[in-house]
Design a protein around this ligand. Structure first.
Ligand code: PMP
Length: 391
């Protein structure tokens, strides 16, 4: 049997697409230890600085005394603890939806939901830049699956017009994971209503960060629960823990319990993670200052980059991509940043389209202005020299 394992790796290296992992020796926080060295981190999704919060850590530790560590089995066997149930109920109340179902990861939530809802003969439309888990879910479902141009509602409408499927779903990221820009939710609602399609929003990167009490993109846009019947969000980003959930109607959640294979056939998330997430939910809802500081950090970063000629995109979220050019260049700049003690992982194809390699800078409540200044200084010393240096 020849899988051409060596050849594939050689090819991957030749294309400069070979991926490496740094080793983290500390919690997620701006001043981290990476590969044994102090390093300033600007690529974590810990947007509110909660991954190392003492109350959340304490909830996790206490729950491990009550429940132990492993959940032991899938939720449908005996892995569904009181902690899971309470978190589901609290998230349902928080999102204002009848019911919530926890998944072990966001990837599995998307895979399970779309493949449970759609079958061959149905139709699925997705933004071209949706997260890989939504795109993979589309393929797995067997539905007729099309990707419309990024944020392009005319392009989506043309496709919906021609669609004859009995059941149709449109799925979108709320905030796009590699670009940080936002889906046109109001237009998506209008179109899905007009063409009698369902709408699913993956709010992984906005949940906790925007909206009243951190309720995410739908709340930020003043949208009602009925307008977006399927909401998915993750707990491993702004919530600082792990896992994900889908929120919706009684019937939707009951269908997922019956038919979502990535829910049924996998070990439930550890109960201590559910308890930690309950503690996190309280903080997310209560501590508006975390969102205010995140917003202030985003503005500070953008203002300073703009005044120094560091090219940014239109993103207003915590995800601030910097397009530096070719794959070679993004690799070089990222390595030079690391040599200066700043970690910003380079993002290359196939994660992003060919020709759009970038530094995906992410900002957090936990960053100080001094941290941000250090990142900008480092970027300047490598790629965008200060005017006096350039002269
Ligand atoms: N959806 C989006 C938009 C994401 O960015 C991610 C993670 N990067 C996921 C889903 C998957 O979530 P998880 O990491 O919990 O599997």
């Amino acid at each position: 049997m020849n899988f051409e394992l060596e050849e594939r790796l050689v090819q991957r290296k030749a294309q400069q697409l070979y991926r490496h992992r740094v080793i983290l020796d500390s919690p997620q926080k701006p001043e981290a230890i990476v590969d044994g060295h102090p390093c300033l981190m600007f690529c974590s999704n810990d947007y509110l600085g909660l991954a190392d919060h003492p109350d959340i850590r304490a909830a996790f530790q206490k729950a491990s005394d009550v429940y132990g560590v492993g959940s032991g089995a899938s939720a449908l066997i005996n892995g569904h603890s009181r902690a899971h149930r309470q978190l589901e109920e609290e998230l349902a109340e928080y999102t204002g939806r009848p019911r919530v179902l926890l998944f072990s990861t966001g990837y599995m939530a998307n895979l399970g939901t779309i493949s449970a809802l759609l079958n061959p003969g149905d139709a699925l439309f997705q933004d071209r830049l949706n997260h890989a888990s939504l795109l993979d879910a589309g393929r797995l479902s067997g539905a007729r699956f099309q990707r419309y141009q990024h944020l392009d509602m005319e392009n989506l409408e043309q496709r919906l017009k021609k669609n004859k499927a009995r059941r149709t779903l449109v799925a979108t990221d709320g905030v796009f994971s590699m670009d940080g820009d936002k889906a046109p939710l109001k237009e998506l609602i209008t179109l899905t209503r007009q063409y009698q399609a369902g709408l699913m929003v993956d709010d992984a990167h906005a949940f906790g960060c925007v909206g009243k009490g951190g309720r995410g993109s739908l709340n930020e846009n003043g949208l009602s629960v009925d307008e977006v019947p399927i909401l998915m969000a993750t707990l491993g980003k702004a919530f600082g823990t792990a896992g994900a959930f889908v929120a919706g109607s009684e019937a939707l959640i009951e269908n997922l319990i019956q038919f979502a294979r990535s829910y049924i056939y996998t070990t439930a998330m550890p109960p201590a993670i559910a308890e930690a997430s309950r503690a996190s939910l309280k903080i997310v809802e209560r501590e508006d200052w975390r969102r205010d500081k995140l917003t202030a950090n985003i503005r500070y970063f953008r203002r300073n980059c703009e005044s120094l000629g560091i090219p940014l995109t239109a993103s207003e979220s915590a995800i601030q991509p910097i397009h530096v050019g070719s794959i070679e260049k993004v690799l070089r700049v990222s390595k030079q940043l690391l040599d200066l003690g700043v970690l910003v992982t380079p993002i290359r194809p196939p994660t992003v389209p060919a020709g759009s390699s970038r530094l995906r800078v992410t900002l957090s409540t936990a960053h100080t202005r001094e941290h941000i200044d250090r990142l900008i200084d480092a970027l300047q010393s490598i790629v965008w020299p200060k005017p006096e240096q350039a002269a």
